[in-house]
Design a protein around this ligand. Structure first.
Ligand SMILES: C[S@@+](CC[C@H](N)C(=O)[O-])C[C@H]1O[C@@H](n2cnc3c(N)ncnc32)[C@H](O)[C@@H]1O
Length: 235
């Protein structure tokens, strides 16, 4: 029997996560690292933002309250995640959710002023292509903001690769930067965003060996990557 396409495996896996309520559960885990990213983004009211790999849509809704004269599009490869996102967003007038993959973003070129993505990019089957697609849908002067917890420079997350049911890319900040540059971005940079969440005395989950490892992981924090699409258009 032919091996399932990577996109099919991703869709099936994240459909399961959504059905188990894990889409909503990620908000509290990812918010402490996302708020510093949003502060740096300094969104203006008239911006159009793509939330790439939006999951249950909590970040799209958060951003929609800041871009009150603009639009937010949340996109995810998982139909079930999008179903949850739509159900939770009926009151947000300037948000819409679409099913789609980073290999071919189902949106016109030069539309968004920002692409934001939280804890998704290392799952993209072809990160180079995904970044090229982010670049395509951005307007000149726009920028991409990609935040991930799984990257080579943070040794405390490396074991996730064996735990996750789908293939992942464990790249360093410099390797991600090179992919941004190859996709056409300029002013490319990466930085760490420590997670200030207090660590419990004991840890019984499956992602870390013990509480000390979790604390070390959070102290090093997430990797924030940014790049700009050069050109006038926004200022
Ligand atoms: C760990 S979840 C994070 C979801 C959300 N950003 C959050 O912080 O709660 C990763 C999400 O990325 C989506 N995803 C992974 N690869 C994708 C791709 N190639 N195209 C679109 N979505 C993708 C998954 O379906 C999943 O919903």
């Amino acid at each position: 029997m032919a091996e399932a396409k990577p996109e099919t495996k991703l869709r099936e896996e994240f459909d399961r996560w959504a059905a188990d309520g894990r889409g909503e559960g990620m908000e509290s885990d990812h918010l402490p690292i996302t708020l510093p990213m949003l502060a740096r983004m300094d969104l203006q009211a008239d911006e159009n933002v793509l939330d790439a790999g939006c999951g249950s849509g909590w970040l799209s809704r958060l951003i929609s309250g800041r871009v009150t004269q603009g639009r937010v599009v949340g996109m995810d490869i998982s139909e079930e995640m999008i179903r949850h996102a739509r159900r939770a967003s009926v009151d947000a007038a300037n948000v819409m959710f679409i099913i789609g993959g980073l290999d071919e973003i189902p949106w016109e070129s030069h539309f968004f002023t920002r692409v934001a993505s939280v804890e998704s990019a290392y799952y993209w089957p072809d990160p180079a292509r995904g970044l090229a697609e982010c670049f395509r849908v951005l307007r000149e002067g726009g920028s991409a903001w990609i935040l991930i917890n799984y990257y080579r420079d943070n040794p405390y997350c490396h074991q996730w690769g064996e735990t996750l049911a789908v293939p992942t890319h464990l790249l360093s900040g410099s390797e991600w930067e090179a992919l941004f540059t190859a996709a056409g971005f300029s002013d490319v940079s990466h930085t760490n965003i420590p997670d200030p969440t207090p660590t419990p005395a004991a840890y019984t989950g499956r992602w870390f060996r013990d509480a000390a490892e979790l604390a070390a992981f959070r102290a090093m924090g997430a990797l924030l990557l940014t790049g700009k699409k050069a050109g006038a258009g926004l200022e």
